[in-house]
Design a protein around this ligand. Structure first.
Ligand code: C2E
Ligand code: MG
Ligand code: MG
Length: 674
């Protein structure tokens, strides 16, 4: 670092010296020639005595030799050194020595031969010396020493000789010579100062220029680096932009498409639907929204697995797509699809829905399994059934849902009555939430009679809800409670109430208590705990408790239901299969379940045909095979009683014996009859 600094400081000094040398040698060529000519002229032009001439000639030889050597040295400088960054000191020393010798020769010449000169020769010599030192005043100005020595050596000896000449005739010439010397001397010194400052300035300039060059190089380097890194940045920006674009497209796809069926998902479909609604609003077109729900898909998923379920969904999506425009069909979730039919009136919408249904019903082969499904479709029309995408989809969904309860595998169009029905249902649901707290529930009991001896075998607990002084049928509020998630809580209340009542009754013999349990109760993980608690607090023997599970429950989630049933068996609680004959369960499925009772649905007893008799007989036979007892429901008349008893039913239940009664009435009934 220090070396570098020192070097940088030395550099301008060296440059000054080099510039001085360049100026001195570069301008000296004419001087050499002048010296040679002038010296030769003084020797050969004026006649001299042979002895003096011989002496002069020797000095001439010396002067010529020195001048030639100096000339050669100057030529060497011009060829090899000039214009290069040479080290100037040796050249300067050589030049100075040459100059000193030349000056000494001139000084010696003027002193030695002053006395031999004629007046004219003396004057000529004086002129020559003055001219030579005058020329040197500018040429040698870069060096103060050289110019001082040269002009002094040339003018002072001759001038002093003239002043102190005995004749006194050259006194003025001598004085003039000294004045001239003084003039040359001072102007040479001034010129020297000027030269030095110019050279310094030049050196500084050079330094600055060099600095600038370095800085420019640096800047260029940095610029180059910047350009390269800018290019790289541009490239990576481009890559990044492309990546971001790809990701955005991917994200858009992910957030708007269903990955399984590649149909628009809820988000995506809503966007398309909103766009179509905007256009319909402007052009005052109608439009239909279809809500499609597959019937039987859950069973496919449960029994054949999700892999087959997925294959089926993809196939169904493909089929439904045939009846809609691009992006006019979406997957709403699970086995639900939504479709929009622009410009459609009700008839056209129905036609599309029916076509979709028939498309869905064509059997699907998935991994060697043949699957046959159906679809229930609800339709809502724009603008008559709703103005917004949300309303239209909701209304189509409600229509589908309602239709599913009434008749699966069909098509239905939204109507205002349905909406008010739904609103009514919503209100009822709100009331249902507070029914327990408000003490609006009562449990009624209906006797179950032993067919062989007419004794009371047990009772079935049937829930009653008095809402605004009116009884609401359990067939209305139980499904509502199931849909709104209230069933586990209500079911727990019924179970506790029934077991408390049973534990307080004092009869001649033990009777059983049948309590209905719905699917949502069974699916609830807390169910076993609820049961254990109820049995524990009431101290009712588990065998006395019969839980009635509707047959249709077994078509829903077989695995979970059989798990629950096994838990009940472990606790020694008895299980009845309720409404048997209406739930389409396969015999093989029932065979694997450990039931204790089968309750034959009242429709078989009340609508008596040969066919229903066959079913009753077969059920009783099958129950015997499985080791179960049968209970015939809906015995309204004595005729029903004798007929069913004749067919072989073990227990009987119906209005013929007693209608469902509250606990007090039931006790009175018991006391009256037994
Ligand atoms: P279910 O379990 O099959 O109950 C028997 C239904 O048949 C009762 O209707 C009962 O009043 C009626 N019934 C009995 N004998 C006769 C008869 O001779 N003729 C006619 N026409 N009907 C008769 P209810 O009380 O209206 O209950 C309807 C259904 O509501 C029940 O059918 C049961 O599935 C459900 N349910 C009632 N209470 C509860 C409950 O606490 N929990 C659950 N999960 N479901 C309940
Ligand atoms: Mg029942
Ligand atoms: Mg029943």
């Amino acid at each position: 670092m220090f070396l570098l600094k020192a070097d940088q400081e030395l550099k301008p000094q060296l440059e000054v010296e080099r510039d001085t040398t360049d100026m001195l040698i570069g301008n000296s060529f004419i001087g050499f020639l002048m010296t040679m000519f002038a010296f030769s002229g003084l020797l050969f032009f004026f006649e001299s005595d042979p002895l003096v001439f011989a002496q002069k000639f020797q000095i001439w030889i010396l002067m010529m030799s020195v001048s030639i050597v100096r000339l050669i040295d100057a030529i060497y400088w011009r060829i090899n050194l000039s214009g290069t960054a040479y080290y100037p000191r040796p050249a300067l020393i050589r030049f100075s020595i040459g100059l000193y010798i030349t000056a000494i020769i001139w000084g010696a010449y003027s002193i030695l031969f002053y006395s031999t000169m004629t007046t004219i020769e003396l004057a000529a010599t004086m002129v020559v010396l003055s001219a030579m030192s005058g020329g040197a005043g500018t040429v040698l100005a870069p060096s103060k020493n050289l110019v001082g020595f040269y002009s002094s050596a040339l003018l002072i000896p001759m001038s002093l000789c003239a002043i102190f000449d005995e004749n006194g005739e050259f006194f003025v010439l001598g004085i003039l010579g000294l004045i001239f010397w003084f003039g040359i001397f001072t102007s040479a010194f001034r010129y020297h100062r000027f030269f030095i400052s110019t050279v310094h300035l030049k050196a500084k300039n050079n330094k600055l220029i060099e600095q600038m060059k370095i800085e420019r190089n640096e800047t260029e380097k940095v610029n180059k680096l910047l350009t390269v890194s800018n290019q790289k940045l541009d490239e990576s920006n481009l890559n990044l932009e492309a990546k971001v674009e790809r990701r955005t497209a991917e994200l858009y796809r992910l957030s708007n498409r269903d990955p399984l069926t590649d149909l628009p998902n809820r988000n995506g479909f809503l966007k398309y639907l909103n766009d179509l609604l905007d256009t319909s609003r402007v052009h005052e077109n109608s439009l239909a929204v279809l809500f499609i729900d597959l019937d039987g898909f859950k069973q496919v998923n449960d029994s054949l697995g999700h892999k087959i379920g997925d294959i089926v969904l993809v196939e169904i999506a493909k089929r439904l797509r045939n009846y809609t425009g691009d992006n006019h069909l979406g997957r709403w979730g699970g086995d639900e699809f939504v479709a929009v039919v622009p410009y459609a009136n009700i008839d056209a919408a129905k036609a599309v829905a029916l076509a979709m249904r028939s498309g869905v019903t064509i059997p699907i082969i998935a991994d060697d399994n043949q699957v046959t499904l159906d679809a229930t479709i609800g339709i809502a029309m724009y603008p008559s059934h709703g103005e917004t995408a949300h309303d239209l989809i909701q209304h189509a969904d409600l229509t589908m849902y309602d239709q599913k309860r009434k008749q699966r595998g069909s098509v239905s169009v939204f109507n205002e009555a349905l909406l008010s029905e739904i609103r009514q249902e919503q209100k009822l649901c709100e009331r249902l939430r507070t029914a327990i707290v408000n003490g609006e529930f009562t449990v009624f009991y209906q006797p179950i009679i032993n067919a062989s001896n007419q004794s009371l075998s047990g009772v079935e607990a049937l829930l009653r809800w008095k809402c605004d002084d009116e009884y609401v049928s359990p067939t209305v509020f139980i499904p509502l409670a199931e849909r709104s998630g209230l069933m586990p809580e209500i079911g727990e209340w019924v179970l506790n109430r029934a077991l408390i009542d049973l534990s307080q009754w004092q009869f001649n013999h033990e009777i059983s208590m049948s309590v209905n349990v719905s699917v949502t109760q069974l699916s609830d993980d807390n169910f076993s705990n609820v049961l254990d608690r109820a049995l524990k607090t009431t101290q009712v023997a588990p065998e006395q408790l019969h839980l009635e599970i509707t047959e249709s429950a077994f078509t829903i989630d077989r695995k979970l239901i059989s798990k629950r049933v096994n838990e009940l068996v472990e606790r020694k609680v008895k299980i009845s299969i309720d409404d048997f004959g209406t739930g389409y369960s396969s015999l093989s499925r029932l065979q694997s379940m450990p039931f204790d009772f089968i309750k034959i649905d009242r429709s078989f007893i009340q609508n008596r045909t040969e066919e229903s008799d066959t079913i009753i007989r077969a059920t009783i036979l099958m129950a015997k095979e499985f080791g179960c007892k049968t209970i015939a429901e809906g015995i309204e008349t004595a005729e029903h009683e004798t007929h069913v008893a004749m067919l072989g039913a073990d227990y009987l239940q119906g209005f013929h014996f007693a209608k469902p009664m509250n606990a007090n009435n039931f006790i009175s009934w018991y006391n009256e009859n037994y």
